[in-house]
Design a protein around this ligand. Structure first.
Ligand code: SME
Length: 173
C-alpha cells in the first residue's frame, strides 16, 4: 500500500449527502454512492452493491472488473455478512473458508450490510489487492457512509416499478 493520508470520512459523508440530495431514483443514487466511494478509497480494486433477492444476493451497481452475479446467503464473505447482518472485515480472503473468488487479485475484503426499514436490503462489498487493507477506522467510516446512504434513501419516496406501482421500501433497486 502507498503512503496516502487517511481518508477524510467526515468530508466524504458530507459529499455523499450532497450527491444524493436532489435525486429520488434509488438506482441512480446507488450508482453514485458506489462511484463516489470507489474513487475516494485508495488501494481497492472492486467496490459494489449486491442486492438481496429472495435467498440470494444479486450484483448491482459496482466499479471494477465484471464480478460474480449471484451469491447465496450464508456462503462466502458477502453471504455470511448478509445472513449475520454484521460487517465482515477479512484481512486475508484466502484464509476465509468458503470465500468466493471473483477475482484472484483480491486479497482482503470488507462487507457491510445495508438495511432499509429495519430489513436487510443488500450489502456493500469492497475488495483490495492488499492483505489487511481495511483498518478498524476504515470499518467505522465505511459503516457510517452506509448508514448515511440508506438513511438518505429512506427519506425519499419508494421506487416506482415498471408496473407503475410503488415498490417495497425494503428494496432499494
Ligand atoms: N468475494 C466475495 C464475492 C464477491 S466479489 O468479491 C465481488 C464473497 O466471498 O462473497
Amino acid at each position: 500500500m502507498n503512503d496516502e493520508p487517511d481518508v477524510d470520512f467526515a468530508l466524504l459523508d458530507r459529499q455523499l449527502i450532497a450527491l444524493l440530495a436532489d435525486e429520488a431514483d434509488p438506482l441512480a443514487n446507488t450508482a453514485n454512492f458506489v462511484g463516489l466511494l470507489y474513487h475516494a478509497l485508495p488501494d481497492i480494486n472492486w467496490l459494489g452493491v449486491y442486492v438481496l433477492r429472495g435467498q440470494e444476493l444479486v450484483l448491482g451497481p459496482f466499479q471494477g472488473k465484471p464480478a460474480c452475479v449471484r451469491l447465496p446467503l450464508g456462503r462466502g464473505v458477502c453471504g455470511t455478512a448478509a445472513s449475520r447482518s454484521a460487517t465482515l472485515r477479512v484481512a486475508d480472503v484466502n484464509e476465509f473458508a468458503g470465500h468466493i473468488a471473483c477475482d484472484p487479485e483480491s486479497n482482503s475484503e470488507i462487507v457491510v450490510p445495508l438495511t432499509l426499514s429495519g430489513k436487510l436490503a443488500g450489502v456493500l462489498d469492497i475488495d483490495s489487492p492488499y492483505r489487511g487493507r481495511f483498518s478498524e477506522r476504515d470499518q467505522a467510516g465505511i459503516e457510517k457512509l452506509c448508514r448515511t446512504f440508506t438513511g438518505e434513501l429512506s427519506n425519499k419516496p419508494a421506487p416506482v416499478h415498471r408496473s407503475g406501482a410503488a415498490g417495497d421500501r425494503a428494496a432499494f433497486i
